[in-house]
Design a protein around this ligand. Structure first.
Ligand code: ADP
Length: 382
């Protein structure tokens, strides 16, 4: 199963995009709908709400009077917390139940307006944000939905900002004009789901490309996902894509710190389920004394290549990854040399499918870098 979080500001077009994905075959879970379900007549949730806020939050027919409840629940911070304490756990449980009921090969799209506000991004394999500028959203809410203008303005102002949404967006769909075409997105989701289910990682031979300003933010999103799947362990961005200004193959390298290799093996299944299947046990090319073994996982998303290295925290290879990165970040000349070496070799080995010959050819420069990295490290320590 693939879990996709779909969010956006009110009036951005989330429901419209959810409908398009459902037409392609997605199982859509609508958070707003579940929020209403947990307060249906006869529900435990509604009984608790009446107990907390009084009988006058009910209509004559026993259904919830939403306006009356909103007036009370949004009056004070404490009242709001009381209401959330009743509804949130129930909505969460119901969401989990719906996910569990979905077929094994389902692409589940969770349409959740408050994904950012609830800090939920890391629980999904992919987060899709639907965007429309706030003026367009206001016009849509007032125009086609008939909402009161000042009410619509208030609701927009109370939600997360566009920057906050951008920070969690793996996919950004601009719905300011025409409704976006979701064909390419759907194709990516289908292949991503299959990879997760079959424990396959995205493959192919990526080219060396100029530095991409988006890499750090993409790495942060993936790191949070990986860390969540790995019980909160530390993940950091390493390798060429972590060095601003450096040309690199468009594959993010991330390093997950583990206590020992047994722990790495214990995390195998959780990482696979989160979208980072196991590749195998490897030994890094030693750059000195110590243990250079690791476990490698790789990303299942065909739209975002990532290699995940599980290394023992503090081990020689863990240290090297951090020091080599920091040295390149710090030393402009080293960066330029390294970029030239990589560009040269990537042209020479353009047909090298697994990158092995390319890696071999890079060795002399890498070996010569060991002393320079050591000198940099000594300088940092003194
Ligand atoms: P959300 O679920 O994000 O609140 P909706 O999908 O309900 O937003 O869209 C809000 C309103 O705007 C709806 O009436 C919808 O039909 C309309 N709408 C959505 N996308 C577009 C678009 N690209 N152009 C014009 N109207 C749109």
């Amino acid at each position: 199963m693939l879990r996709v979080g779909l969010t956006g500001g009110i009036g951005s077009g989330k429901s419209t995009v959810a409908r398009l994905l459902a037409e392609n075959g997605a199982v859509v879970i609508d958070a707003d709908k579940l929020a209403r379900e947990v307060l249906e007549p006869g529900s435990e949730g509604l009984a608790e709400v009446v107990e907390a806020f009084g009988e006058d939050v009910l209509n004559a027919d026993g259904t919830l009077d939403r306006a009356a409840l909103a007036a009370k629940a949004f009056a004070t911070e404490e009242a709001r917390r009381t209401l959330n304490g009743i509804t949130h756990p129930r909505i969460g449980a119901l969401t989990g139940q719906r996910m569990a009921e979905a077929p094994e090969d389902a692409i589940v799209v969770h349409d959740i307006p408050l994904l950012v506000e609830r800090d939920m991004a890391a629980v999904y394999h992919l987060v899709v944000v639907v965007y429309a500028d706030s003026r367009t959203r206001l016009e849509r809410l007032v125009g086609s939905r008939g909402m009161d203008r000042s009410d619509a303005e208030k609701r927009i102002a109370a939600q997360a900002t566009d920057e906050q949404r951008r920070a969690v967006a793996d996919v950004w769909l601009d719905n300011s004009g025409e409704v976006p075409d979701v064909t390419a997105l759907w194709d990516r989701l289908v292949r991503f789901e299959k990879n997760v289910r079959t424990r396959s990682y995205a493959s192919g031979s990526p080219l060396v490309v100029p530095y991409d300003e988006q890499w750090p933010a993409q790495a942060r999103r993936l790191a949070r996902r990986i860390s969540l799947a790995a019980g909160g362990r530390h993940v950091e961005h390493i390798g060429s894509t972590s060095v601003p200004g450096l040309a690199a193959k468009d594959v993010l390298d991330l390093q997950l710190a583990v206590e020992d290799m047994e722990t790495a093996d214990d995390l195998r299944e959780a990482l696979a389920q989160a979208g980072f299947p196991y590749v195998g046990p490897y030994v890094d090319t030693p750059r000195g004394e110590g243990d250079w073994s690791k476990r490698v996982h790789a990303g299942a998303d065909p739209g975002r290549r990532v290699n995940l290295h599980l290394r023992v925290e503090g081990a020689a290879n863990w240290r090297w990854a951090v020091d080599f990165r920091d040295w390149l970040r710090h030393d402009a000349q080293a960066r330029e040399e390294y970029a030239n070496v990589k560009l040269e070799l990537s042209r020479r080995f353009a047909d090298d499918a697994d990158g092995f010959a390319y890696g071999e050819a890079k060795e002399p420069w890498m070996a010569a870098a060991v002393e320079r990295v050591q000198a940099y490290r000594d300088g940092q320590e003194s």
